[in-house]
Design a protein around this ligand. Structure first.
Ligand SMILES: [Zn+2]
Length: 80
């Protein structure tokens, strides 16, 4: 039980439904979070830094979402 609670508060895993509330207001809403694969994040991997940014994907596959999104800009959806 406590495990579930912790996961709900803190961790976002690839494929989780999240709410985006960052700086791009037109993209506010529900997305699937995937690890960001941009050049900067690839470099972070090479340097051994944790990959902490996300690419957001439309759950219905219709529109492209924002990428390189900071953890602070998304909240894990309760529905997910
Ligand atoms: Zn990135």
């Amino acid at each position: 039980m406590s495990d579930m609670l912790f996961r709900g508060i803190d961790l976002i895993e690839p494929g989780d439904l999240v709410i985006y509330h960052g700086s791009i207001e037109s993209h506010h809403g529900l997305w699937l979070a995937l690890p960001c694969l941009c050049h900067n994040c690839e470099n972070a991997d090479v340097l051994g830094l944790p990959r902490t940014r996300f690419t957001l994907v439309d759950p219905w596959g219709e529109i492209a979402g924002p990428h390189d999104v900071r953890r602070e800009s998304i909240t894990r959806s309760i529905a997910g």
